[in-house]
Design a protein around this ligand. Structure first.
Ligand code: NAD
Length: 441
């Protein structure tokens, strides 16, 4: 059992704290957001993540997981201090490090014994050295510490399983002893451990996310070409994906990548390269392709419906991906705003994203469920591939719509089947021509 402190109880920090406590450690999770901590003490989760409530409740009840807003309490007896605060995009695409800076300063002022500070936040290359410098400068009197980079690779929606079964653990440090101690902490996860220097570890995270974003933009580019030539991108991706050199993951054509990581991390890597006088052409293309995806559904809706002004359009799915409540950089929000700008009457339904979305797109009316959303709609636009949308009673949907038009931004339905049911259907890259005719026939 180790004493661990986690700074920041968001998507990464709370999962990290809950999982390390579940592995038998004594974990204190700290956040500056008092409401979050109060709620967590009352068993109320600040985020939606499957299995998290149960994990937190069980480990808090066992006395292994504690919550606080007081740094000195959190750091007392801590051997490992994880920083898991946000690193959002700054105005020029750079990672804004104000939360990391503030956490590092407060750690320095509050620590009372030697600690290993482990950076889990996604931070620009060189941040580990910068954090060490901040801690050194802000300590009232010198206490030994080390900084280790340990980037996180979990995905929202499967965060606990990802944390507990990582493909690899990456550790970066110049302090071999500290890296070894952090490696020991991760041994129960039974994943390969890559130990390298701080800067390389930080870069592994950006390079990994940029690669996955590239894969998504690549298949979206192929989808555009498929559409023009009458091929079906879903089958193309499937045929490609069997090749182990390619793999079938992150090959779903659609609305492009969103969320709190890929957009900001590709931007931040581009910024880092540019500042160093490099011209990251591929990353620029990845972002450009992704930005274009945001207009795609609106263009497709316009193709079928003509003028959108006054049309009743329903958006199915608001979160950036299924199984999370995270709306950061969610394509659906842009789709909604573009439709509103064209004068459409926009309604939406999402299993968990609606409370947050109400604040971000206040002019969009929220529906009770998918069928309520379909009622009298001129078109339904699918923006998030929640499982519950995959087996809707499509006959019922068809019957209640004003005009049975579906624009499927996630390719969850089969064009032929939709056609047979009487829908005018548009998928993404499915080999259908501009008037919905199956080009490949
Ligand atoms: P988040 O916004 O969900 O949570 C951040 C938390 O940090 C908030 O609760 C905030 O109140 C708290 N915080 C801010 N400043 C603080 C301070 N000085 N002291 C204590 N708490 C403070 O962020 P997130 O999505 O968990 O992301 C955290 C980091 O992990 C980011 O760098 C992100 O890029 C990276 N990451 C995120 C994911 C993901 O799926 N969300 C995956 C891998 C890596």
């Amino acid at each position: 059992m180790k004493n661990i402190t986690v700074i920041g109880v968001g998507y990464v920090g709370l999962v990290t704290a809950a999982c390390f406590s579940d592995l038998g450690n004594n974990v204190t999770a700290l956040d500056i957001n008092e409401e979050r901590i109060k709620n967590l003490k009352d068993g109320i989760m600040p985020i939606y993540e499957r299995g998290l409530q149960e994990l937190v409740t069980r480990n808090a009840a066992a006395g292994r997981l504690h919550f606080t807003t007081v740094y000195a309490d959190a750091l007392k007896d801590a051997e490992f201090v994880f920083i898991a605060v946000g690193t959002p995009s700054g105005v020029d695409g750079e990672a804004d490090l104000k939360y990391v800076q503030s956490a590092a300063e407060t750690i320095a002022k509050s620590m009372s014994s030697p600690v290993i500070v482990i950076n889990k936040s996604t931070v620009p290359v060189g941040t580990g050295d910068w954090v060490a410098d901040i801690i050194r400068r802000n300590q009232p009197s010198p206490i030994p510490f080390s900084v280790v980079s340990c980037p996180e690779f979990l995905r929202e929606g499967s965060a606990i399983a990802d944390f507990m079964n990582p493909a690899r653990t990456v550790l970066g440090s110049l302090d071999e002893d500290a890296a070894e101690k952090v490696a020991q902490l991760h041994l129960p996860l039974r994943a390969p451990i890559v130990i390298t220097d701080l800067r390389t570890a930080e870069m592994i995270k950006y390079a990994s996310n940029a690669f996955l974003a590239t894969k998504i933009s690549f298949i979206n580019e192929i989808a555009n070409i498929c559409e023009a030539l009458g091929a079906d991108v879903k089958e193309v991706a499937s045929g490609m994906g069997y090749d182990p050199r390619i793999g079938n993951r992150f090959l779903d054509a659609g609305l492009g990548y969103g969320g709190s990581c890929f957009p900001k991390d590709v931007k931040a890597l581009t910024y880092m390269a540019t500042v160093q006088g490099r011209h990251p052409q591929l990353l620029h293309a990845v972002m450009e392709i992704n930005a274009d995806r945001r207009s795609l559904l609106v263009e497709k809706a316009r193709e079928v419906l003509g003028e959108l002004e006054g049309k009743k359009i329903g958006i199915l799915g608001l979160t950036f991906k299924p199984d999370t409540d995270d709306l950061r950089e969610a394509p659906a929000l842009d789709v909604a705003r573009k439709l509103l700008a064209e004068g459409a009457h926009v309604r939406a339904y999402d299993p968990v994203g609606m409370p947050g979305a109400k604040e971000l797109i206040p002019d969009v009316e929220m529906a009770e469920n998918s069928y309520d959303l379909a009622q009298d709609s001129h078109a339904l636009l699918i923006c998030t591939e929640w499982n519950e949308f995959k087996h809707l009673n499509m006959n019922r949907i068809h019957d209640v719509m004003e005009t049975p038009i579906i624009v499927d931004g996630r390719n969850i339905y089969e064009p032929d089947m939709m056609g047979r049911m009487g829908f005018s259907y548009r998928g993404v890259g499915r080999g259908y021509g501009p008037n919905g005719e199956p080009v490949k026939d």
